[in-house]
Design a protein around this ligand. Structure first.
Ligand code: NAP
Length: 254
């Protein structure tokens, strides 16, 4: 873990969905490195607690804004305020998302639309503004939490999975457009990880540890990687899952 060297300018990091378990764990590492953080979340009480914790852990600056990220109309003003508060931006980290209720989404379009809006439409809106900001400056990292669930639709969570598949495809195209402009786009694909999102799921005690996942994410951002499967074994697992012929796959209970 690399700390900010003395007298070096702290990294300026914007975190969207800062009360997410994975985001919080990542921010704890950045705080211990002395980073400047701007945190956006919709729950004011949780956000204040996270911000206070990160200050204690060594963040050189912690700014906050309470916002429901489903409200895409508010994004330009929110993002402009965030980068002004940070006096620039080196990394944007998009972490918000919902699992949603698959069973309900199978019956009710509004439930499905909500999942797609939060996990796909809202990030597309945020990334449109953020990518143009970074391209103008020819620098920056856009690190986004997608999911292994986006690699292939499965009966147990294909609404969530398709929202993440759309997000991963958007990020691949965005990378293809702006990597040559000096902007890194990192697609993060966690496997099941122990956070509030997975609490109560069967065998959740066997899911990945959030601090280990966060450490891999920080390394991938520092290494300016394009894509991260985390934990790493999800790379070969998803290769196999994607390779199963559809005539077999459609009969599996996954
Ligand atoms: N945990 C896993 O197994 C796993 C695996 C693959 C990918 N991911 C992805 O990783 C990301 C982080 O998930 P997590 O595991 O850290 O889950 P989490 O702890 O449940 O975090 C999700 C966060 O998203 C926020 N959020 C949801 N809708 C929002 C909205 N409209 N506006 C603002 N914030 C909103 C939630 O805020 P509230 O607290 O206010 O509800 C919460 O802080 C998500 O994109 C998730 O899809 C997670």
């Amino acid at each position: 873990m690399s700390a900010t060297p003395q007298n070096a300018t702290p990294r300026r990091i914007l975190v969207l969905g800062a009360t997410s378990g994975i985001a919080e764990a990542t921010c704890r590492i950045w705080a211990s490195q002395g980073a400047s953080l701007f945190l956006v979340a919709r729950n004011a009480e949780k956000l204040a607690a996270v911000a206070a914790d990160l200050k204690v852990r060594g963040a050189s600056y912690v700014g906050t804004a309470v916002a429901d990220l489903d409200d895409t109309d508010s994004h330009p003003a929110l993002l402009a305020h965030a980068v002004n508060s940070l006096a620039g931006m080196d990394i944007a980290y998009l972490a918000h998302g919902i699992l949603g209720d698959q069973i309900s989404a199978e019956q009710d379009f509004n439930t499905a639309a909500q999942i797609v809006h939060t996990n796909f439409m809202a990030p597309v809106s945020l990334l449109t503004w953020l990518s143009n900001y970074c391209v103008q400056r020819r620098s920056g990292v856009l690190a986004v939490l997608s999911s292994v669930a986006g690699d292939r639709g499965r009966k147990s969570n294909y609404v969530y999975g398709s929202s993440k598949a759309g997000l991963s495809a958007f990020l691949a195209g965005l990378r293809n457009r702006i990597d040559r402009e000096g902007v890194t786009v990192l697609t993060i694909k966690p496997g099941p990880t122990r956070t509030a999102m997975t609490a109560g799921m069967p065998k959740s005690e066997k899911f990945a540890d959030v601090d280990a996942v966060a450490e891999s994410i920080v390394k991938a951002i520092d290494g300016r990687k394009d894509e991260l499967y985390v934990p790493f074994q999800w790379l070969p697992i998803m290769f196999v899952v994607r390779s199963i012929p559809e005539r077999i796959f459609k009969k599996l209970n996954l």
